[in-house]
Write a protein that binds this ligand. Structure first.
Ligand SMILES: Cc1ncc(COP(=O)(O)O)c(C=O)c1O
Length: 314
């Protein structure tokens, strides 16, 4: 008798349809092979391509965890509006998840955030409340706090700068992914500091897995810089979740070097990253030059498509 035919699934990665929120995380780790040609052949440099998240940035991870934990604790109920301050990427993540879970979203951001972000938020149906552009992201933080104080029943404010679930999301997802993707061979981890969630959460878990991994935090070298999403801590409101003593090294990278490397990565690898990714790659390559062997991993928070109107590319 002929055996019955079996319909084999075409795609093994995702067998079932999923919600957009389920697609957050599990981003690819990209090996850099051309821009690294001047470093020791025994040094490998990898970058976590966080724009593969459905909201287009690393901030999908903490936004998801902070919202889900808010629901779990009973603090975020259906009648509340999700409200927070953000320079852009977290705002887009809240707006996407808010739409998927059917919550209203209001975001406080400096008036001078670029047009791509404003349009993306409008497309997701979120409301934008503008703060003074001269006060930058700190002005947006203060404004959001005031709104929450004045309307405490109306809003659920995740407060990404002080919420332990922000680093918690990276502890639970980004770090184990990197560990698995490098087969546990990672020797150095670098990430830029904004809220510091990516650096703190990922470093903490990696250090538990192997205390010898060196963790390097990256800050803008200048107080007035062009590295959107990053914070110059000495002149900023320091996030409650940031613990500088957990960084083995703090590197300061100039806007000029970041932009230059951003373009070099585009030309040499075909990878189109945002400003803070330029700082991450610059610091990773500087580290690579000092080593004879090693496995270096950094995080590329978003893609250059988010910054086209800034006019850096022509
Ligand atoms: C483009 C960009 N880079 C870097 C960061 C810093 O990430 P973190 O807030 O986890 O420190 C952010 C945060 O918003 C960002 O939007």
């Amino acid at each position: 008798m002929q055996s019955p035919s079996v319909d084999k699934p075409q795609h093994t990665r995702r067998k079932r349809a999923v919600s957009i929120v389920d697609l957050i995380g599990n981003t690819p780790l990209v090996k850099l092979s051309n821009i690294t040609k001047d470093i020791s052949p025994k040094v490998e440099v990898y970058a976590k391509a966080e724009w593969f998240n459905p909201g287009g940035s690393v901030k999908d991870r903490p936004a998801k965890k902070m919202i889900f934990e808010g629901i779990k604790s009973g603090e975020l109920t259906k009648d509340k509006i999700i409200m927070d301050s953000s320079s852009g990427n977290t705002a887009i993540a809240y707006a996407m998840i808010g739409a998927a879970l059917q919550y209203e979203v209001e975001l406080v951001m400096p008036l001078n955030v670029n047009i791509e972000r404003k349009k993306a938020l409008a497309a997701y149906g979120a409301t934008i409340i503008y703060s003074d552009p001269l006060e930058g992201s700190d002005g947006a933080i203060m404004h959001a706090r005031k709104l929450k104080e004045e309307n405490s029943d109306k809003y659920f404010m995740p407060d990404q700068y002080n919420n332990p679930h922000n680093p918690g999301s990276h502890y639970e997802t980004t770090a184990p992914e990197i560990w698995e993707q490098t087969g546990g061979r990672i020797t150095h981890f670098l990430a830029g500091l904004g809220t510091s969630g990516t650096f703190m959460g990922t470093s903490r878990r990696l250090k538990e897995l192997n205390p010898d991994i060196e963790v390097i935090a990256i800050q803008p070298a200048e107080a007035l810089h062009g590295l959107e999403g990053m914070k110059h801590m000495p002149t900023s409101l320091v996030p409650g979740i940031y613990k500088e003593q957990e960084a083995d090294i703090v590197e300061f990278v100039s806007t000029e070097n970041s932009y230059r490397v951003m373009k070099e990565l585009l030309d040499s690898e075909g990878i189109f990253i945002g400003h803070s990714g330029g700082a991450a790659i610059y610091a990773a390559l500087e580290k690579a030059k000092t080593l004879d062997e090693g496995v270096i991993v950094t995080v590329l928070p978003d893609a250059g498509f988010r910054y086209l109107s800034d006019g850096l590319w022509w």
